[in-house]
Structure formats: C-alpha cells, structure tokens
Design a protein around this ligand. Structure first.
Ligand SMILES: NC(=O)C1=CN([C@@H]2O[C@H](COP(=O)(O)OP(=O)(O)OC[C@H]3O[C@@H](n4cnc5c(N)ncnc54)[C@H](O)[C@@H]3O)[C@@H](O)[C@H]2O)C=CC1
Ligand SMILES: CC(C)CC(=O)C(=O)O
Ligand SMILES: [Mg+2]
Length: 357
C-alpha cells in the first residue's frame, strides 16, 4: 500500500525516539512491499524558536494531508517561563483539537520478562492487560483560562472544565466498541461526588452502555480510588474510559506497572482513519541528547499506526513481536536494564529491526 506519514519529532528526546520509529516504518515498507513517504513538520519548542508559534500552519497542513502522524514529544526548560504567552504544549493540544482526535488509546501490558522491573511486586502486575481510553479534546485542558488580580496583592487564576453530552457519548462508545474485542468490561472513571462535569459523565456513560452496549459490563469508580486500585488490583482492569486530565495522570501511573514510562504507546483517533501516534512520555530534558532514551514506546506507537490508520494488522503484530523479543533478549535502555547493562537508543532500535520478521 501507499501511505504518507507526517513526522513531528518535536523537542528533547522526541527526535531521538522518532528516528527509531521511522527506521521501523522503513523496514516494514521494505519487507512487506509497501511505499511510505514521509513529510516532516515543526511542533512545540522548536516551532516557537523558528516561527514564534508552537503550531505553524505548515505543520497543520502536513498533518491534514497525511494518512497518519507520528509525534515525539514537546516542551523543555527553555520554554518553561510561566509568564510566556506561547508554550510548546499549545502545539500538542492544538494539533489534537484541529484534527478532531477525541479518543486517546493507551494500552498498558506487562510482559513477563519485565514483571520484576516494575516497582510493584511481580505477582501484582502479572497478567496486566488494560486499555485506557482517554478523552482528548475536551475538559480542563481546553476550557477557558484566566488569570487576574482581585486585589493589588492577590492574584487569581481560573481553569474551566467543560464537557458536553456528545463529547462524552462518542468517547464512551469508542471505549465500548474496543471492549467488545477484549474482555467486555469498561470502567468509567470520574469524580462524580464533587464535579458537575463528572456527574454528567457518569449519567451519559450509564445511558450509552444501557441503550447501546447491553453486553458490556460497566463499573464506575472515583478517580482517587482508581489511582489506588491501579496499584492494588491492576490485572482486574480491561478498558478504562475517562476524561482528559484524569486519563493523563492515571496513565503515567499505570506506566509503572509495565516498568517504565518509556514503554507506553498511544493512538489518538477521531472520526476517520487518520490518527496521531505518540509515546505517552514527554520530552525528558534530563536525558535528552544523550542517546539513552527508550525508543520502545515510539516503536509500539508505530505498531498502533500500522493497525489503526493503515489497517496493516499483520505488520503491526510483527512490530509488537519484535519489540517483545527484544525485551525478552534483555536488550534494554537504562530505564529498564539492570545496572551496567544499559544499551543505547540506537542499539535497542537496531535490535527491534533485527527481530522484525
Ligand atoms: N506528549 C508530550 O509531548 C508531553 C510533553 N511533556 C513535556 O515534557 C517536558 C518534561 O516533562 P516531565 O514531567 O519531565 O515528563 P517526561 O515524561 O518527559 O519525563 C518524566 C521522567 O521519565 C523519564 N522518561 C520519559 N520518557 C523516557 C524514555 N523514553 N526513556 C527513558 N526515560 C524516559 C524522564 O527521563 C524523566 O525522568 C515538559 O516540558 C512537559 O511539559 C510532558 C508530558 C507529555
Ligand atoms: C500537554 C500535555 C497534556 C501532554 C501530556 O502530558 C499528555 O498528553 O500525556
Ligand atoms: Mg501526560
């Protein structure tokens, strides 16, 4: 097949891990007889430096013309001034919104070879296989923000959390459809004891499941309890569906079940087949430029890109198999390797390529 893939490496370790993802895409194209072309755009801090905006129009056009987007990460201390009017993260939020990518799929699986690398006991993380479906274009990250002086010595800041019925319906539907191909269980996470948006979320989730997915087993949990249950009984979860900020926070927590933030991929999907694929981690300024970042979250994001946007299931599975074979062989970056045995980003990327069928 022919496909155009937009590359947005971004900042920090973004370019280092995207480079490994691209090698995998090229190898898949060669070995399976596909033709992938690549177009590259700026996003985040590097785009601010070049154009004064975190999301240049040219980047939006490249993404809109592509079959899928592979993104690294944005941000870093250089652009962190809290008073700055333009911020790298605006680029990321902007591209998700512009492309209408309302559902962010974040699979969390624990592979036996890494069970001992999790800070949790191996018997607790054994069998973990969950999919978090995070709402991605609504909630407090997108609501109106203000900051002003209510008295000369007292500043006030406001972030607004907004959700509408249709925003909740579509992401809950997506979660239920995905659960049908899994164990048929959906956990909806909210803070309905306090937040009005969460009460709406819970009502809508209950109605959608009752009316359209009677075969799905739905449970509601409050987000604070969910944070605890993720550590106490992580293997019980199948599909978790939740709003934007809760999903952001809970998945960084869930990454520790798998052993590292550097392992978790994501797919951001909207109405059509086009999607945006990125590791869930950030730009990791503490290790950027050293060639030590774990590229596996990005390579697993490439697998999701092949599956969801290009419909290449066999190729997606081959990439995932190659990643797990690399892990089983103990070829790991410093976030997962035992002391003294860490391999570089490029060595791990090359090991995946070697194992690609
Ligand atoms: N999607 C994105 O572009 C995101 C961007 N950010 C931005 O990234 C910057 C850094 O944020 P942090 O809070 O430090 O979060 P982070 O996710 O960049 O890093 C947290 C910790 O995990 C480690 N880590 C992350 N990815 C890794 C990988 N692939 N291999 C090995 N270790 C890895 C880092 O070294 C660091 O110790 C900030 O500017 C933040 O706004 C944060 C989260 C997501
Ligand atoms: C700009 C942030 C919302 C990025 C982030 O932390 C994420 O999407 O996981
Ligand atoms: Mg995050």
């Amino acid at each position: 097949m022919q496909a155009t893939i937009a590359l947005l490496p971004g900042d920090g370790i973004g370019p280092e891990v995207v480079a490994e993802g691209v090698e995998v895409l090229k190898a898949v194209a060669e070995r399976y007889g596909h033709s992938f072309s690549f177009s590259e755009g700026l996003i985040g801090g590097c785009a601010i430096d070049a154009h004064g905006t975190a999301l240049p129009e040219a980047t939006v056009e490249i993404c809109q013309a592509a079959d899928a987007v592979l993104l690294g990460a944005v941000g870093g201390p250089k652009w962190d001034d809290p008073k700055a009017k333009v911020r790298p993260e605006q680029g990321l939020l902007g591209i998700r919104k512009t492309l209408g990518l309302y559902a962010n799929l974040r699979p969390v699986a624990v592979t036996p070879a890494l069970a001992s690398r999790s800070p949790l006991r191996p018997d607790l993380v054994e069998g973990v296989d969950m999919l978090v479906v995070r709402e991605l274009t609504g909630g407090i990250y997108f609501g109106e923000k203000t900051s002003f002086y209510i008295r000369p010595d007292e500043e006030q800041a406001v972030d607004t959390c907004v959700y509408t019925t249709s925003e909740i319906e579509r992401v809950v539907r997506r979660a239920c459809e995905l659960a049908r191909g899994r164990r048929g269980k959906v956990t909806s996470v909210d803070k309905a004891n306090v937040l009005e948006t969460s009460r709406l979320w819970r009502r809508v989730a209950s109605r959608v499941v009752a009316e359209e997915f009677p075969d799905i087993q739905l449970e509601h949990i409050l987000v604070d309890a969910c944070a605890m249950h993720l550590l106490r009984r992580p293997a019980d979860f199948d599909v978790i569906v939740t709003e934007n900020m809760f999903g952001d926070i809970l998945t960084d927590e869930a990454s520790m079940l798998a052993g590292s933030l550097g392992l978790l991929p994501s797919a951001s999907l909207g109405k059509g087949k086009a999607g945006l694929y990125e590791p869930i981690h950030g730009s990791a300024p503490d290790i950027a430029g050293k060639g030590v970042a774990n590229p596996l979250a990005t390579i697993l994001s490439v697998a999701l890109l092949l599956r969801y946007s290009l419909g290449l299931n066999a190729e997606a599975e081959a990439v995932e198999k190659a990643v797990y074979a690399t892990i089983d062989a103990g070829i790991l970056t410093g976030d997962l390797a035992p002391a003294g045995q860490a391999r570089s980003t490029k060595e791990v990327g090359a090991a995946v390529l070697e194992r690609l069928g």
